[in-house]
Design a protein around this ligand. Structure first.
Ligand SMILES: Nc1ncnc2c1ncn2[C@@H]1O[C@H](COP(=O)(O)OP(=O)(O)OP(=O)(O)O)[C@@H](O)[C@H]1O
Ligand SMILES: [Mg+2]
Length: 476
């Protein structure tokens, strides 16, 4: 996701030179604006954005050198390339000392100029992208944003705080939507590298052939389409952290290169021979069963051991007990604020419904459920009808056989299931017993009997359908 590139500003008092520079840049896909003097350039720079300035050293009026020195104070982030007719090493040194990024003497080869421009374009994109990622990662800084008071979540937060202080490689394993990306962000933001870049790459989202060049960069001409040299994301991440998401989807040849990189921080760009080295902390995550992937020969065991220095495992939401409710409250507050609603709480029956669901999509699913509920709810509390019919989704996953939790007998498991099922059907029918019984294909009497046996009580015992639609089911 690279930011659009603003134009190059060309400053030259010779019309032909301006036109030929504009054409040369235009042919390479750069936009160029041209002005005749340094004065005009400064006026334009105050109003518009440019990614670099190309200036002749000798201009009528203010010289290129003066323009350069004004720019160093007024626009220090914009690189300036100086062009002059007088090629003396002394002048070159002077220009560079004054802060020019490079110095070209006329006549020059178009490639020389284009190479310098392309480096500046690359630098601009990297700076922008870094700024974008930094602003994003600063939104997910705090470890307290990882909500949950269940013992495993408390332990996870403590572990994050401890490992953040080290440079150890971190492997984050967990089901989809369980918070792996949040955990990675928290580790980086608590580490000493927090001010340095935090680069995230989703290995599954980038085509296999491009992932290597994305990670390690490429040299110009190394493959069709490699028109310019490209720095790797590992170079961008120098001094900081790189997070490889969905690492389980990385191809085996690239796994070998990553292993070498992990061993000593060394790598070569695609098509390059030079051995480069950076100082990067690596974190990786996957929702695949990594041991399974090793057994299937899809993931290198040696790489797994290299990555697995510290393992962080956000547990599935269904194993976090009442954290479901803490998270639901958190998302309720969040969506209330963004949607300008005043829903104050979640009804007891809705809470029961949330607690009895298996959450295959984990926290992400819960977040979506709350978002939908806040949109649908018309009263001042979240009630079961605003929640999805979870049992429908359970049927969709009927190939997944439920596992009997340890310590429970099959009778207990069946009773829990029956209770969940009846509660959901009641909610669906707005606690009208006749309609619920009809849907369950049992008599109203049989339904009452089962509800008593399963300890399900509704407030509106004489259920003629509550016109307000406000039901509070209580489970003793
Ligand atoms: N403990 C938590 N507290 C608050 N929000 C959370 C928590 N865990 C996850 N979330 C939120 O849930 C959503 C999903 O989390 P995240 O993207 O980190 O999951 P993931 O494990 O990386 O998923 P996937 O495997 O699909 O990439 C995000 O919006 C995240 O902010
Ligand atoms: Mg993720």
């Amino acid at each position: 996701m690279s930011a659009p590139l603003p134009p190059v500003l060309v400053v030259d008092d010779e019309k032909n030179m301006r036109l030929s520079l504009q054409a040369m840049l235009g042919d390479e896909g750069y936009q160029a604006r041209t002005v005749e003097s340094a004065e005009e350039a400064l006026a334009l720079l105050a109003r518009e954005k440019f990614f670099m300035v190309l200036t002749d050293a000798h201009l009528t009026g203010m010289t290129g050198y003066e323009l350069l020195s004004r720019m160093r104070t007024g626009h220090p982030e914009i690189p300036v390339l100086m062009i002059t007719a007088y090629a003396t090493p002394k002048l070159a040194v002077e220009a560079i000392k004054a802060g020019a990024i490079d110095y070209l003497s006329k006549p020059f080869e178009p490639e020389e100029l284009l190479h310098a421009v392309s480096r500046c374009a690359e630098r601009y994109k990297l700076l922008k992208e870094n700024a974008r990622l930094r602003s994003q990662s600063s939104q997910t800084i705090e470890v307290n944003q990882i909500i949950g008071e269940s013992p495993r979540m408390v332990e996870l937060r403590n572990l994050i705080k401890t490992v953040a202080q080290s440079n150890a490689t971190v492997l984050i394993l967990g089901e989809s939507g369980s918070g792996k990306e949040l955990v990675a962000g928290a580790v980086h933001n608590l580490s000493q590298r927090r001010e340095a870049p935090y680069i995230r790459i989703n290995c599954a989202a980038i085509p296999e052939q491009l992932l290597e060049s994305e990670l390690f960069g490429h040299e110009k001409g190394s493959f069709t389409g490699a028109l310019k040299q490209k720095l790797g994301r590992v170079e961008e991440a120098d001094g900081g952290t790189i997070f490889l998401d969905e690492i389980g989807d990385m191809s085996r040849p690239l796994q070998a290169k990553l292993l070498r990189f992990l061993e000593d921080g060394s790598f070569s760009r695609v098509g390059g021979n030079e051995e480069l080295r950076v100082d990067v902390r690596l974190m990786a995550a996957t929702n695949r069963d990594i041991i399974d992937a090793i057994r299937l020969n899809q993931f290198r065991e040696d790489l797994f051991h290299r990555l697995n220095v510290v393992q962080l495992r956000p547990p599935p939401l269904r194993e976090r007990g009442r954290d479901v409710l803490l998270l639901a409250d958190h998302f309720l507050r969040q969506f209330n604020a963004t949607m300008n609603k005043q829903i104050t709480q979640i009804s007891v029956a809705a809470k029961q419904k949330l607690l009895s669901h298996r959450w295959p999509g984990n926290v992400r699913e819960l977040r979506n459920v709350l978002e939908r509920a806040v949109i649908l709810e018309t009263s001042n509390e979240i009630t079961p009808p605003s929640l999805p019919e979870f049992h429908m989704e359970t049927r969709l996953r009927k190939s997944e056989l439920p596992v009997v939790p340890s310590g429970q007998s099959i009778d207990e498991v069946m009773a829990n299931f029956e209770k969940e099922f009846i509660l959901n059907t009641l909610a669906q029918n707005r606690y009208n017993l006749n309609r619920t019984a009809e849907q369950l294909k049992i008599s109203r009497h049989a339904l009452r009997y089962r509800m008593t046996r399963l300890n399900i009580h509704t407030d509106n015992e004489e259920d003629v359908g509550s016109p307000s639609g406000k039901e509070t089911t209580q489970q003793c």
